[in-house]
Each structure stands twice: as C-alpha cells, then as structure tokens.
Design a protein around this ligand. Structure first.
Ligand SMILES: Cc1ncc(C[n+]2csc(CCOP(=O)(O)OP(=O)(O)O)c2C)c(N)n1
Ligand SMILES: [Mg+2]
Length: 257
C-alpha cells in the first residue's frame, strides 16, 4: 500500500479553523490519523529494510530515515499535485511519502528487476517522474542545484507548482548550496529548501562543522537580490512572490514571457 497523497475528499486543515492568535492551524482528526499512518508505514518499512540489510539481502548502501518521518509527512501534507520533490541518499521515506509503491522501493533495495531503477540503482538512486520524485542522490549537496533547476522549470513553464528540495545539515556549508540559494532568491524561483538538521554529518557534530548552527539563517536573501529579482508573468500559487515587472532585460531573456 502506497502512502496516499493529500486526500482531496477530507481537507487536512479545517478552513477558517485557525483560532485567533493561535500559532498552529487546526487539523482534522482524519488528517492526523492519515499522517500517523504515513509515518508508521515509513517506520515499519525502514525497520524491515535495516533488518534485511543486516542479513546481507540489500547490497550497497542503505541509509535509514528512522526518527525523521514527521519531516517528510508534514511537508508532503502541504504540497499539491504536481509539486516536485528531490532529496539526498536518505530517501526511502520521501519516496513512500510521494506515493511510490513500497514494493517497488523494496524490490530496488534487493536488486530486483521490478525495482524503480530495475535493480541497478539501489537505495540511493530511485526516481519516479510519475510521482514527481527526482531522486535519491548519493552526493552530499548535489540535489540542491538540481532542485533549484526544478524550481526554474516550474517558473519557466509557469505551472504554479513548486520544487521541494531536501538536504542535510552536512550539506549547508557547500558552495553549490549557497549559489543555489542566491539564484533562487534572485530569480524568485518557487522552491522550498528543507534542511533536515539531525545535528550530525556522519560522525561529525554540527558544532564542529558549522560556524553558525541555526541553519535557517543560510536562506536569508540579501536585500540587494530582492530589488533585482524577476519572476514570470504570473505566479498562480497564492502567496508566492508577485512578478517584478521591472525585471532586468538580461534576466528576462530566460523567461517565456
Ligand atoms: C560530496 C560528498 N562528500 C562526502 C560524502 C560522504 N558522505 C556521505 S554522508 C555524509 C554526511 C552527510 O550529512 P548530512 O548532510 O547531515 O546528512 P545525514 O546523513 O545526517 O542525513 C558524507 C560527508 C558524499 N557522499 N558526498
Ligand atoms: Mg545530518
């Protein structure tokens, strides 16, 4: 059974249900049960994958997502059909949350033809364009520029979708990550960067690797980049930055409009 994407029938957030001054939206009991079931599926899948890895039934690497289930399930609950997802090598939970078939993921882990990469990719290299999941990447930081490219594609196509780009705390100090942040801010690309900060990059504590450990600061755009930003002619996603009609000519040449 695949994790269900946000059900159309039962809205996750009760419309107008946010109490005045309350920090959190009201979520229906049905939605909460669904999120719990999604998290439980990921946990059970990972426990079994870990067991099979220990038995030598899974070749190559096998990075588990145990303890981080709520991150992807919560994010996924906020997405809409057509939004794209990309992540690192700790990816089984993201695949299940995107609605990929657990049997296909497990088949890939065990190197079978029925797996998402026909048994040739393994744990870190699975993709499903149908479910808008773009990997599964073994290189730390690599999904960030690719996810930024997905955001660019959404903007270029003007499809109102967003790119959700996940990566770990171990990637945040990389140059390509900062370049991506700058580009996304400069061009107002529809991307949500999700830093899954579990406070360690392999055995190295974040305090030993990062001068600043409150990582959300890395995404702060400079005021200068705001003033020169461009967007396409329309942003159909409510709440996303509106177009800058005084876009610089050179940047505008990238756009269809
Ligand atoms: C470019 C690159 N350098 C080094 C590695 C080796 N490596 C694998 S996992 C890892 C730590 C990544 O930590 P983090 O991004 O916090 O992810 P987590 O494992 O904590 O989810 C490193 C350095 C790699 N895969 N790619
Ligand atoms: Mg980490």
């Amino acid at each position: 059974m695949a994790v269900k994407r946000k059900a159309k029938a039962a809205p996750a957030v009760i419309k107008g249900g946010t109490a005045k001054g309350a920090a959190e939206p009201q979520v229906s009991a049905d939605a909460l049960k669904r999120y719990y079931a999604d998290m439980l599926l990921i946990r059970r899948f990972e426990e079994r994958a870990g067991q099979m890895y220990g038995m030598g039934l899974i070749g190559g690497f096998c990075h588990l997502y145990i303890g981080q289930e709520a991150v992807v399930v919560g994010m996924q609950a906020a997405l809409e059909e057509g939004d794209t997802v990309i992540t690192t090598y700790r990816d089984h939970g993201h695949m299940l949350a995107c609605g990929m078939d657990p049997k296909g993921v497990m088949a890939e882990l065990t190197g079978r033809r029925g797996g998402y990469s026909h048994g040739k990719g393994g744990s870190m290299h699975m993709f499903s364009p149908e479910k808008n999941f773009f990997g599964g990447h073994g290189i730390v930081g690599a999904p960030v520029p690719i996810g930024t490219g997905l955001g660019f594609a959404h903007r270029y196509r003007d499809d109102g979708r967003i790119s959700v780009t996940y990566f770990g705390d171990g990637a945040v100090n990389q140059g390509q990550v900062h370049e991506s942040f700058n580009m996304a801010s400069l061009w107002k690309l529809p991307i949500v960067y999700v830093i899954e900060n579990n406070r360690y990059g392999m055995g190295t504590a974040i305090t030993r690797a990062s001068a600043r450990t409150d990582l959300f600061h890395r995404g702060m755009a400079s005021p200068a980049s705001r003033s020169t930003a461009w967007t396409s002619s329309r942003c159909t996603r409510p709440g996303w930055p509106r177009p800058n009609t005084r876009a610089p000519a050179r940047a505008r040449s990238f756009s269809k409009c």
